[in-house]
Design a binder for this molecule. Structure first.
Ligand SMILES: [Mn+2]
Length: 427
């Protein structure tokens, strides 16, 4: 019962209006655009937001993340045009037929449109083509998001022009999170940790993996978040050894390890956290041995994280290498071989608007970047899969673990599981 009371207090504390797009940061969006215009100073930048598509039925409308990063504008069909000295947002005129399906939208004619968008110039998308021609007179190059569906139409419209990809320059900006972004990510982390704790309360032999997935979704939505930032991975027993297992259909047994990789998306920003716990509350000695090797690899990699390090599998000064070397020099498989070959994925990725966030792999870690550190060992022949994933903020001379309030020592996990009360749904 105690948890239920705590749960509802926590949910109340964690429930500002986070589903709505964030218009409070107009100045920040403006300064992001100014930064990009400074970096790309030799051309016209054109970024198209996503349009409403039939595929939205499954997810609802999702804005293109680079476009959102620069505008904060979450409505469909808009286009951003920037030159070194100017910026225009093109917004579609209202469409009464479409509004019957997906609701009222802004219009370029709205009296408060400049205030709402944070742009001095807001024009109708109908005038986009004629305006582009005018802007191109002064600039030789055009920067687009190459490979996006809208780019093909633009490339035809802009034939004869030198067309460059805008994505790498935007990625380099997106890699360093502002204080405001860090706050949004911390909130996604708080909700995600609450979700992990809620399923630790509940995990037991006889329960199905999807029941724990349901608890995660419930906590995320109850907290005012958009939902999971990616498909919940709730893998027990043999499923813990499948990296992106998401069927979540198995009945858990006593003696299984349970690997849960789940994070909420709140205010547009993702969290990404993995923990591995014993379903019956106690690790076996072999499970504990493998678990502690993964934990040791993770601690060593986190201790090595600082500006100048990298996260690639083959880059110099790589956290991957630190984690791999630890795993490959501790413990053995059943045939007596070292364990490095069972660490079958990368150790880190950036997290932000996207759970695998935009990045330039050539750019080393720098203060303000937020990455995961997530080594794992997967031994299908022993039904043992362990991954431990935390999110860290790179600081001036090291890293801060943002997800540290979720226990990960063997003793702390076993204590939590021993002290929990029988789970009862709160409504
Ligand atoms: Mn991850």
């Amino acid at each position: 019962m105690r948890w239920i009371v705590w749960g509802s207090i926590l949910l109340t504390l964690l429930t500002p209006a986070a589903v709505k797009p964030d218009h409070s940061a107009t100045d920040e969006y403006r300064s992001r655009r100014a930064n990009l215009r400074e970096v790309i100073a030799d051309g016209v930048i054109i970024l198209e937001g996503n349009t409403e598509e039939a595929g939205d039925l499954r997810t609802g409308f999702l804005q293109e993340p680079n476009f959102y990063y620069l505008t904060g504008w979450a409505e469909p069909g808009a286009i951003l045009l920037m030159t070194p000295g100017d910026e225009v947002l093109f917004v579609p005129r209202r469409n009464p037929e479409a509004e019957k399906w997906t609701g009222r939208k802004a219009s370029p004619d709205d009296r408060d449109i400049r205030k709402r968008t944070g742009f001095e110039k807001v024009l109708s998308t109908e005038s986009f083509e004629s305006q582009v021609v005018r802007y191109l007179e002064a600039a030789p190059k055009v920067y687009l998001l190459k490979g996006k569906p809208a780019a093909a139409r633009l490339e035809r419209l802009l034939a004869m022009r030198s067309i460059q990809d805008a994505a790498p320059a935007i990625a380099r900006l997106r890699m360093v999170k502002s204080a405001h972004e860090q706050d949004l990510i911390r909130r996604s982390i708080d909700v995600s940790i609450h979700g992990h704790r809620a399923i630790w309360q509940r995990a037991a032999a006889g329960l199905y993996e999807y029941q724990l997935a349901a608890t995660l979704t419930s906590v995320f939505l109850e907290s005012g978040c958009a939902g999971p930032a990616y498909a919940h991975i709730v893998g027990s027993g043999p499923n813990a050894t499948v990296l992106h297992y998401s069927a979540n259909s198995r009945r858990m047994d006593s003696g299984d390890l349970l690997l849960v990789d789940a994070g909420a998306e709140c205010g547009g920003y993702a969290a990404d956290i993995t923990r591995t716990i014993p379903v019956n509350g106690k690790f076996t000695s072999r499970q504990k041995e493998i678990y502690n090797i993964v934990l040791g690899a993770q601690s060593t990699a986190i201790a090595a994280a600082r500006p100048g390090m990298t996260i690639g599998k083959t880059t110099a000064n790589s956290l991957y290498r630190v984690a791999y070397d630890y795993i490959d020099s501790h413990g053995k498989d059943q045939q007596g071989n070292t364990l490095g070959k069972y660490f079958t994925h990368g150790v880190s990725h950036h997290v932000g608007l996207e759970v695998h966030d935009a990045n330039d792999p050539a750019m080393p870690l720098a203060p303000g970047m937020i990455i995961t550190v997530e080594p794992g060992i997967y031994l299908p022949e022993e039904n043992i899969g362990v991954r431990i994933e935390d999110m860290i903020l790179i600081t001036e001379n090291g890293a801060k673990v943002l997800t540290e309030s979720l226990p990960k020592d063997v003793e702390a996990i076993e204590r939590f599981l021993a002290e929990r009360k029988p789970y009862a749904p709160s409504r």
